[in-house]
Design a protein around this ligand. Structure first.
Ligand SMILES: [Zn+2]
Ligand SMILES: [Zn+2]
Length: 449
């Protein structure tokens, strides 16, 4: 159990392993026959889903290096008979699956990310990472497996939907180093036409999540999101995630005679303190904002006045106009403080992923499906975070809904947070993910006829 975590009463998850309960729920709502047929296929496929996830988990690849993962995904999609385009944004894949002719000519998209993180895994499991220092610590192995599972279920039941399903397997969601100059990931896939021919009427994605803060709870509250559950937000879900580097330039001098130089360290200290007043003193208290400085480097020796200090950080906001105003205030503060001391500065501000906006109408239309699959009590509204997620680039082209897939299992001690060496999932989540996403896609295509 995570230290400091508050306990919250949990509803009993409608575990898919307990199939009668799940089927009972499915029967209670529309789409039940299709749900039943899908559930039988998913049960048969489950060993293959686990094998797929473990293969990907054991062979993680960093952002923009997902060559083997992409080859594996391509082979599986080709075997299923999908129309597959590879090499999109380096290792990205776009695949199309058509349903029965007739009712709907619409397209709906499903996105899965494939990259892993530079983390050394803490695990004795046989499927632990075989790639030293690299780990699927964000669950993208699960997302890829779920999307492949959905492709297989829909391929086996092409008579159950009409229209086109577009599968987007994307590289480099975790982002590139601050000095990486080109576009990558979702943005680059959009630039290369992944959202055209055909353009989807909506796009969906899911993301593994072991813990959430439920809406209405205090911000320090976390509870486990168990396998068998989903959570969601409506509206903003993640933040505009920008990065910056500041270089403060002073003049070197002997440390015993500071009046002969300009001390970049003193100027940087003032600037860093003043930058924090953007949040605390100068902006709308109702607008979410984080300004974090994560690194600082400067100086050569204890008795030399530093002529240069560099610091890097991140700015997180939801609103785009607000984001611009924060950037202007940063420039104003840096201009003023360096001028006051005879120093200069360079601000290299890079706009990163835009905030994910879950289209409220699409969310509203989709929730009944998730509730039908997982059970009413197992679809939980949570508060949005200030993380970054480049699904937003797709969701700027077509209305999007990005929801969370529960992966924890408190009884079995599967509790590790994402982006940590102890992260793992209860593999029952693969069933929930495939069942939920397949139903969401089919219901959406039914609705847009
Ligand atoms: Zn991540
Ligand atoms: Zn992730």
């Amino acid at each position: 159990m995570l230290s400091g975590m508050k306990r919250f009463p949990l509803p009993t998850p409608a575990r898919l392993a307990v199939l009668p309960l799940w089927l009972a729920l499915a029967h209670a709502a529309s789409g039940s026959e299709r749900d039943d047929a899908f559930a039988r296929t998913i049960d048969e496929l489950f060993p293959k889903l686990v094998e797929t996830r473990r293969h990907l988990h054991a062979n993680p690849e960093l952002s923009n290096e997902e060559e083997n993962s992409a080859t594996y995904v391509t082979k599986r999609l080709t075997e299923l008979g999908l129309e597959v385009q590879t090499g999109v944004a380096k290792h990205g894949i776009v695949a199309l699956l058509k349903g029965k002719a007739g009712a709907s000519e619409h397209c709906v998209a499903l996105r899965a990310d494939m990259d892993a993180l530079p983390i050394t895994q803490l695990s004795s499991k046989p499927y632990r990472s075989r790639n030293p220092g690299v780990m699927h610590a964000c669950g993208h192995d699960v997302h890829t497996t779920v999307a492949l599972g959905v492709a297989e279920v829909l391929r086996n039941h092409q008579d159950q939907f009409s229209g086109t399903v577009k599968f987007l397997f994307q590289p480099a969601e975790e982002g590139m180093p601050i000095d990486f100059k080109d576009d990558w990931g979702a943005k680059q896939m959009v630039a290369e036409g992944a959202m055209e021919n055909p353009r989807p009427a909506a796009i969906f994605a899911l993301h593994c999540r072991p813990t959430i803060t439920p809406k209405g709870a205090d911000l320090a509250t976390k509870r486990y999101l168990e396998a068998g559950q989903f959570s969601y937000t409506s509206g903003y879900d993640s933040a505009n995630s920008d990065t910056f580097e500041v270089v403060i330039k002073g003049t070197m001098a002997h440390g015993s005679a500071p009046q002969r130089g300009v001390d970049a360290i003193t100027v940087a200290a003032e600037a860093i303190t003043a930058l924090q007043t953007i949040r605390s003193r100068r902006t709308d208290t109702q607008q979410p904002l984080v300004l974090t400085i994560g690194t600082i480097r400067g100086g050569q020796r204890h008795n030399i006045l530093a002529d240069e200090v560099r610091f890097t950080g991140t700015v997180r906001t939801y609103d785009e106009a607000f984001r611009d105003s924060v950037r202007k205030m940063m420039t104003q503060i840096l201009d003023g403080i360096t001028a006051a001391h005879g120093a200069t500065h360079i601000l290299d501000y890079r706009t990163g992923y835009p905030s994910v906006y879950n289209d409220p109408k699409l969310v509203e239309a989709t929730l009944p499906t998730l509730r039908r699959i997982a059970g009413q009590a197992n679809v939980i509204e949570s508060i949005p975070g200030m993380g970054g997620e480049d699904f937003s680039h797709f969701a700027k082209v077509s209305p999007g809904f990005y929801f969370r897939l529960g992966v924890a299992n408190e009884a079995n001690g599967i509790l590790g947070e994402i982006h940590t060496p102890a992260f793992d999932v209860d593999e029952q989540c693969l069933k929930t993910g495939v069942a939920g996403m397949a139903a969401v896609i089919c219901d959406f295509l039914d609705a847009v006829r």
